[in-house]
Design a binder for this molecule. Structure first.
Ligand SMILES: Cc1cc2nc3c(=O)[nH]c(=O)nc-3n(C[C@H](O)[C@H](O)[C@H](O)COP(=O)(O)OP(=O)(O)OC[C@H]3O[C@@H](n4cnc5c(N)ncnc54)[C@H](O)[C@@H]3O)c2cc1C
Length: 214
């Protein structure tokens, strides 16, 4: 086995977290084949179901905490009663509540023996689209303070804000930038919508391009 690691690209946040690993002429003992030979796509889909679905139950807890910190920041900065900010805060609150109910449904289904599949796309689409909006609201609340980014960055590129850095603009700015990637990684929102449409709602499949002529 000869894994090769390519260099990583720079993200909008300034971090570099990307790597591509290539396995050249990899050989695997028959006993280690998962899901049968030439069935890699089905195995990859199962894996993606877990990647997208595992956070559905715990994610809402983080987003609830993040929303509470955002609300406090709006109050501390005296903008919580601004009609536009208040409207957006109410929208975010309702989304977090819905996310919590979705999470409970996922947990209940999991305890009943159902493993994450195409339905994991629902939670992934919901939290990632929400996170773009809530972090934009954080920028609105910060106003001009959102224009200069210095100081502590969020500890993780993924997930919610830095709970240890209450009211710290730099942490919110980092989270805002990272949230742009949330609707791309683990499958873009467009792909999640296709999965929901085709595999859950049973809508007609997206037109496929004609097969190349030999
Ligand atoms: C921060 C970050 C971390 C990542 N981490 C990892 C990682 O750890 N491991 C890993 O393997 N990958 C990782 N990725 C890669 C990520 O999974 C892909 O970037 C993502 O799935 C989109 O694929 P793509 O970039 O090839 O875009 P493409 O597939 O080229 O898509 C380009 C655009 O076309 C749209 N599109 C494509 N196909 C369809 C379709 N059938 N229907 C409708 N719209 C379509 C997409 O939504 C998108 O807008 C990461 C990406 C980011 C941004």
């Amino acid at each position: 086995m000869n894994p090769g690691l390519s260099s990583s690209d720079k993200m909008i946040s300034g971090d570099s977290e990307f790597n591509e690993v290539f396995y050249t002429d990899a050989r695997v003992p028959k006993d280690n084949v998962i899901g049968g030979v030439n069935n890699g796509w089905a195995v990859a889909m199962s894996l993606l179901g877990y990647e997208r679905g595992e956070a559905a139950a715990t994610g809402p807890i983080h987003f609830k905490g993040e929303f509470a910190r955002l609300l406090k920041m709006a109050q501390d900065r005296g903008v919580a009663n601004d009609p536009v900010i208040r409207q957006k805060l109410a929208w975010c609150y309702s989304k977090v509540q819905i996310m919590g109910f979705l999470g409970q449904r996922v947990l209940t289904q999991f305890l009943a023996g159902h493993h994450p599949g195409p339905d994991a796309a629902i939670g992934k689409l919901q939290w990632s689209e929400y996170h773009k909006v809530v972090t934009e609201l954080a920028m609105d609340i910060l106003g001009a303070d959102a224009l200069h980014w210095e100081g502590r960055k969020p500890p993780s590129s993924f997930g919610s804000d830095d709970s240890g850095a209450l009211n710290d603009p730099s942490s919110w700015i980092g989270t805002f930038l990272n949230a742009r990637a949330g609707t791309i990684y683990a499958g873009s929102s467009q792909i999640q919508r296709n999965i929901i449409g085709e595999m859950i709602l049973g809508l007609p499949k997206e037109p496929r391009p004609p097969a190349p002529t030999k």
